[in-house]
Design a protein around this ligand. Structure first.
Ligand code: SF4
Length: 369
């Protein structure tokens, strides 16, 4: 399990190692086709900032080779904002006095129909807070069964589950699981996740192994930018990805670098990542792992998403509502975070086509299950 593996890597030493990288290290990394973690550290270090242009070109080249001129589209469906956790940065935090909504199966079906009217989406990401009693495995299983006739590719972003529960959900059409570790800094992890199941660092970290063992087709990873030193967190995630690829080689992977947005909790980010730095991380990740899906959500603004489309990003959400019931009505329940790109899916798709890219609504079919 990765919790045993990560003990070999010290957070402070990793931070120092990244900071020690030189222009020479960056040039060596850019000259290789297959990068080590050490090379990756060079590409996300401050020493690589003068090399953004060649990094962008290389990232574009690998993206074209592996994905062509395509952009995969997905949409999230929030079905419950009930949560037993206390993440200090989140609007759904158990202590926040917001209206809690858990959609019934009839409401979920209405949301599915409303999404189909928005655009020809086939990739649906079902999202809940973490509440085992209200939004547990039975509820998720029924939700997948309701959504399955409407969408070919179903993923979930919910609490970490047991291996047997992931496997059980694959029998109801589950294809992908997205889970953000938030931060790999174990010493500070509890500051942000003080209580509830999410406070258990190793349970969350080993969740990716359980997904792999259960045969989940695609695993989505991410760290929340704004908690700890983002360079160190992203190197840890790269180590984690490499470990998963070695152990669960049949699985596909995606990465996401969500930058913290304002929320009801009014948590101020400890660190801020600029657009230029996010671009650097995106290029570095593509050069490090040519096949990984790099996903940008509607947290990012339209012009930045458009600029990055040709330079490494391979999937995007559009038209997202981050409150339960948000596609059918404008409910009282609060959003989990504010979106930056409020354009309709058709507007986003039009822009993708204008840039000469094909919009991919469907890249998976139930027949492959
Ligand atoms: S981040 Fe997730 S687990 Fe944490 S409070 Fe928000 S919804 Fe709950």
């Amino acid at each position: 399990m990765f919790y045993d593996e990560i003990k070999h890597y010290n957070w402070t030493d990793t931070t120092k190692c990244i900071a020690s990288k030189s222009a020479k290290d960056v040039e060596i990394a850019l000259g290789k086709e297959h990068l080590s973690i050490d090379d990756f550290m060079a590409l996300i270090s401050p020493a690589a900032v003068p090399y953004l242009e060649p990094m962008a070109q290389l990232s574009h080249q690998y993206t074209m080779e592996r994905f062509g001129k395509t952009m995969s589209m997905y949409i999230p469906l929030y079905i419950s904002n009930a949560c037993t956790n206390f993440c200090v940065y989140c609007g759904f935090n158990h202590d926040n006095p917001i209206t809690r909504t858990t959609l019934s199966m009839t409401q979920i079906e209405e949301e599915c129909k409303a999404i189909r009217r928005l655009g020809p989406f086939e990739n649906l990401l079902i999202v809940t807070g973490e509440h085992p009693l209200i939004a547990g495995v039975d509820y998720l299983e029924k939700a997948l069964q309701v959504a399955r006739p409407y969408f070919n590719n179903l993923s979930i972003e919910v609490m970490p589950l047991k291996t047997e529960d992931y496997h059980r959900l694959t029998l109801s059409g589950l294809n992908g699981v997205v889970c953000f570790q938030e931060t790999y800094n174990e010493a500070n992890y509890k500051k942000y996740h003080p209580k509830g199941m999410k406070s258990l660092y190793d349970w969350r970290l080993n969740g990716y192994d359980r997904m792999g063992q259960a045969g989940v087709h695609k695993i989505g990873m991410g760290v929340l930018i704004g908690l700890e030193d983002w360079r160190t967190d992203i190197v840890m995630m790269a180590r984690h990805l490499r470990y998963l690829r070695k152990n669960y080689w049949k699985t596909k992977y995606s990465v996401n670098f969500p930058r913290m947005r304002p929320s009801e909790g009014h948590f101020q980010p400890n660190v801020v990542m600029s657009d230029k730095e996010l671009a650097q991380v995106t290029f570095a990740f593509r050069i490090f792992d040519h096949d990984v899906d790099i996903s940008y959500s509607t947290r990012e603004n339209p012009s930045f998403r458009a600029n990055m489309m040709k330079l490494g990003v391979t999937s995007m959400s559009a038209g997202s509502k981050t409150e339960p019931g948000g596609y059918v009505s404008t409910p009282e329940a609060l959003e989990q975070f504010e979106v930056s790109d409020n354009r309709s899916p058709e507007q986003v798709a039009d822009e993708i086509r204008k840039l000469g890219y094909e919009v991919v609504w469907k890249d998976w079919d139930k027949v492959f299950d």
